[in-house]
Write a protein that binds this ligand. Structure first.
Ligand SMILES: Cc1cc2nc3c(=O)[nH]c(=O)nc-3n(C[C@H](O)[C@H](O)[C@H](O)COP(=O)(O)O)c2cc1C
Length: 203
């Protein structure tokens, strides 16, 4: 049985600090026996939601671009790892636009009462959030957490846990924070082990 994890990268710098944290979480997921596909959102050419409302009546989006295959890929995945820096107190624009395009899932779930994700899948699908911010301020991750929780609800991949590091302007290199790197590995390993166990049990 293959357990498919998507590692969704929101930073434009694949090898930056967000990327390093995501690599640790990916290692944890692979050690738990899962297959991991990394998606660098900033490499994709796609539009934001244009509110055509085509998805009010259809299980697809009117816009056909490089986002389109992800509607199916997110249906087939078993778990998600989102890695993102804080930008202007929220998720970077490209990642937010990517998330907004899942309005297709929202309409299916809440308007037509025909969710795209089965009841069985919901028993094992989970999301891990990794986020870093430059500033040393309170509430740095509030925007990220609100958006992620809402997104997780829309795509029926419930929020599992998170790893957060602010003050990156001083920390500079995330690999010097071994506790954070270990947390990314351990939480990912734990989440992916639980997903595997539950998928075996319920599928
Ligand atoms: C456009 C932009 C906006 C930012 N806004 C915030 C912010 O609101 N709060 C914060 O803590 N850091 C902010 N930062 C800093 C980044 O979160 C920080 O530099 C982070 O370490 C970048 O990670 P990366 O190099 O892996 O992409 C911002 C950076 C950029 C480029």
């Amino acid at each position: 049985m293959t357990v498919k994890i998507i590692a969704l990268m929101g930073s434009p710098l694949p090898e930056g600090n967000t990327g390093k944290l995501l690599e640790e979480a990916t290692r944890g997921a692979k050690d738990a026996g899962c297959s991991v596909a990394r998606v660098n959102v900033c490499d994709l050419s796609f539009s934001g939601c244009m509110e055509y409302y085509y998805c009010e009546k259809n299980d697809s989006c009117y816009i056909n671009d490089e986002f389109s295959p992800f509607l199916q890929r997110f249906k087939n995945m078993d778990g998600l790892i989102i890695a993102t820096p804080v930008m202007t107190m929220g998720v970077p624009g490209q990642l937010k636009s990517f998330m907004d395009r899942f309005q297709v899932y929202f309409m299916a779930k809440y308007k037509r009462n025909q969710p795209l994700i089965t009841k069985e899948q919901k028993k094992w699908r989970r999301t891990l959030l990794l986020s870093i911010g430059g500033m040393n301020i309170k509430n740095d991750f509030d925007g990220i957490k609100l958006t992620t929780e809402s997104f997780c609800d829309i795509i029926d991949c419930p929020y599992y846990d998170g790893v957060f590091q602010n003050n990156m302007d001083e920390v500079k290199d995330i690999t010097t924070r071994t506790d954070i790197m270990e947390a990314a590995y351990n939480k990912s390993f734990r989440m992916c082990s639980e997903i595997t166990e539950n998928k075996e049990k319920y599928s």
